[in-house]
Design a protein around this ligand. Sequence first.
Ligand SMILES: Nc1ncnc2c1ncn2[C@@H]1O[C@H](COP(=O)(O)OP(=O)(O)OP(=O)(O)O)[C@@H](O)[C@H]1O
Length: 558
Amino acid sequence: MALGAAVQLLLPKGIAYFIDHVNELQLASISWPMVGLGLGWIAVQAVASTLRYYYFEQSGHLIINNIRRRLFDVLINQPVSFFDRHHVGEISSRLSSDVQSLHQALAMGGANALQSLCMFGGGVTMLLTISPALSLMLLVFVPANLYFGKVTGASYRDYAKQIQTSMADSNRVAQEQFTHVRLVHAYNQQAGASASYAEASRRLLDIALSSLRLQAAFRGGLSVLDYGALLATLVLGALLIGRHALSVGDLMAFVIYSTMVTQAAASLSEFWNMWMRSMGATDRIFEIMRSHPAAPAARRAAMPSGQFSFDDVVFSYPERPGVRALDRVGFTIAAGEKVALVGASGAGKSTIAALVLGHYQPQGGRLLFDGVAASELELRTLRRGIAVVEQEPSLFAGSIAHNIAYAVPEREVPLAEVMEAARQANAHDFIQAFPQGYDTMVGEHGVQLSGGQKQRIAIARALLRDPRLLILDEATSALDASNELLVQRALDRLMAGRTTIIIAHRFSTIAKADRLLVMDSGRVVQQGSHDELARQPEGLYCKLMKDQLFAPAAPATA
Ligand SMILES: Nc1ncnc2c1ncn2[C@@H]1O[C@H](COP(=O)(O)OP(=O)(O)OP(=O)(O)O)[C@@H](O)[C@H]1O
């Protein structure tokens, strides 16, 4: 950096010497040393600029990579309620474009600023040695230049923040439309999707153009200062030459040095603006990083046995604080018991599952595992004893083996164990039928699996985890008869000997459960086996049955 600046700073002095002595010097005697000097200058300049570029870009990449990874760590550890408030499109925009905007300031922006600082210091020294009188005009132009950068910086920061927010917003719209592309096509909503995206990007464009207008005015202002300084130098220089206080070569050197100094001051102002823009763009990142949930106080690490209870639990979702999703819910489930949650849509069944998994904390009452309040237990250990089979099983981009072994992050799972879980889940045969077997890629870019196949992979995953407590969100869509039977048998194996809470949608499941909890508007309004509840004609359960809320029983044969 300093070397590059020193080499550049030598150039005007060299030119001044050349101009002032060109008549006295014999061309023949100066040609080779001059050429050699020139080539040396070019070589040093090239090496300095290569090294400067490489090392600053490299450190920019390393810092950005580090920030991005730390941000991801913070995001993935946020409580589930954070993701209720922030859309995936917005979060991925923070991770990509917000972080990227720091790169520019950290890499070449930083390198140029440092070099400008060296050039500025060196240039001012050279100017003072050539003509202290002429240097006085710097007292006007340089502070004006720096002040100009400082006053525009604050607006830049503000604009940059707005730009990143609008960009996150337009990413959210795009991501939403692509995620639901099948629905968009099915309802001929392509034009609607384009209009939503156009609206979001128009907001982004408006802010970007306002920021651009400020940038353009800033550049115009800098140009006035640059050329004003040049004009002042020429006029004052001419006066000094007239009084024989300055040589023509020195004036020439002075002009070049003062251009270097004003340019260095301009690029320092510009860097300040760039830094402000980056700070504006990344404000949100650092806000999120600071919001890292505090590590909970030391808690007991105990695996659940499967016995748990809700004791007068009251819960509202953070996004809807006025509405009780669970209203004084109390029940106890014995180890190994199979309990089906039944109730109309929105009654609170999934909320019970979310609280058992520790995704949210109740505002009133307690959850107790083996008689110990959940708030005193370590969540990680608690979750190690729980497995979930979702209604629409999620598969990650990766092999089938990877998707099954996903259940056990604590150790490397041998393929034989994965295969055994798949066999138990009735998934082995269809997996083996793929040419790549367990290495078959699934997820976004992999093979498409049927609903029944996905469910069996999710069951294999849960079997491998060998939980004490199982949460089963039953699929609402019926499978074909043979798939239904395979899935049902796999589920029976999974549930055997384990406490199971089933968010039930099928009569076959309800009939098999040891006990039903009938829910209505966040309350448990009835409890008992199917037979017991069926004998209470006035109860909600009979009403739900009458309204045929549940899907019919699966056929008994394939
Ligand atoms: N993340 C959330 N943020 C705010 N409110 C929510 C959230 N999830 C659910 N709710 C609300 O909480 C109430 C209970 O919802 P819940 O999902 O537990 O019902 P459910 O019985 O599982 O319904 P379904 O059978 O349709 O899945 C509903 O009024 C619902 O709108």
